[in-house]
Design a protein around this ligand. Structure first.
Ligand code: DON
Length: 330
């Protein structure tokens, strides 16, 4: 981010940020409802009490509280970054020939409904994500392991460190039991929406979902989007700036599945959740936020994570549409 843009942004002092994270952790800890995802059997082997919050500002200042060293898999948190990569590699037209931009109001794993242009509705639900992932497969150029390694590199660039890689047991667990995603992928194949063979698309999707991160990694990934595609920790450009607005827009309207509207109303930030219990949220021009707590609500979103982000948005005045006091005549 250049100096003028940095001066324009409303800075949150790191002391205030650390205090807000501590307070949000306390709020979240009060909640013990929800259940850990077990439809991918390996996901159930987790401590349900894990809880971490993290933030990274666009200046690269990082704060975290709770179980910040605990790794978990990206799951659907991978989707905005893979969408971003597809936009960068293939361009907006090629991507949106295969996937739309409208919320579904349906659960993330709905058996597909296609829009009027015969595409899955958006890249944040499984059907749309599978279509987007298929665009990253250069048939015949690489095998499964190389494609998986390229995914790890992609997420590492956003996270600002070499991530520890793919959780082999989660990957194999979803490969063995992901019948619903197989059904969705075969339907997509039937409608000629996939850009690669169906098994290759599924394999790469299962790999991207199985990459291990911590809450501080997620916060840096979110901060890279907040800084317009520039990683504030490494100083490296990861995404062209004009690719960021579509990614944030789709996160805002579709990032929390059939709870996206309520989240947009209450928290007011572009965000994405995953069934491992992570949620990342982007405060454009200011910071990335992350929460990790594996117990999920009925929509598949982290109960504690939602409460913590609601608290952070309120205490740090982060809602996208909140008008500053000066514009309210105060
Ligand atoms: O496709 C699946 O079922 C998982 N690998 C990811 C789903 C997910 O994270 C949805 N998030 N709330």
């Amino acid at each position: 981010m250049d100096n003028a843009a940095r001066e324009d942004q409303e800075a949150t002092p790191t002391g205030a940020l650390a205090e807000a994270l501590v307070a949000a952790l306390a709020v979240g800890r009060e909640l013990t409802t929800g259940t850990v995802a077990d439809y991918i059997p390996e996901l159930a082997r987790v401590n349900p009490d894990n809880f971490a919050l993290a933030a990274c500002t666009v200046d690269g200042d990082q704060e975290s509280v709770g179980d910040a060293a605990v790794e978990f898999t990206l799951q659907s948190l991978s989707k905005p970054f893979v969408y971003a990569r597809a936009l960068q590699r293939k361009g907006v037209e090629a991507v949106h020939q295969r996937v739309g931009v409208e919320p579904t109001g349906d659960p993330f794993d709905s058996i597909i409904r296609l829009d009027a242009a015969k595409r899955p509705h958006n890249p944040m639900v499984n059907a749309g994500a599978l279509a987007v992932t298929s665009l990253l497969i250069d048939e015949g150029a690489e095998g499964s392991a190389q494609r998986g390694a390229a995914m790890v590199d992609l997420f590492s660039a956003f996270a600002g460190r070499s991530l520890s890689g793919i959780d082999e047991s989660v990957y194999q667990s979803e490969r063995a039991t992901g019948h619903r995603n197989r059904a969705i992928a075969h339907l997509l194949n039937n409608f000629q929406i996939l850009a690669a063979p169906v098994e290759d698309a599924l394999d790469l999707y299962f790999q991207q979902c199985s990459v291990r991160v911590t809450a501080p990694d997620l916060a840096v990934m979110a901060a890279t989007l907040a800084a317009g595609g520039w990683n504030p920790v490494t100083g490296r450009r990861v995404l062209e700036p004009h690719r960021v607005p579509p990614v944030l827009t789709l996160m805002f309207i579709c990032g929390l599945y059939d709870d996206s509207g309520r989240f947009a109303l209450e928290v007011g930030l572009p965000a994405k959740s995953g069934v491992s219990g992570g949620i990342l949220a982007v405060v454009p021009g200011r910071m990335g936020l992350a929460a990790y707590a594996p117990r999920l609500d009925e929509h598949g979103n982290s109960v504690r994570g939602l409460a913590a982000l609601r608290h952070l948005s309120a205490t740090l005045a982060l809602h996208t549409f909140a008008c500053p006091a000066s514009s309210q005549g105060e």
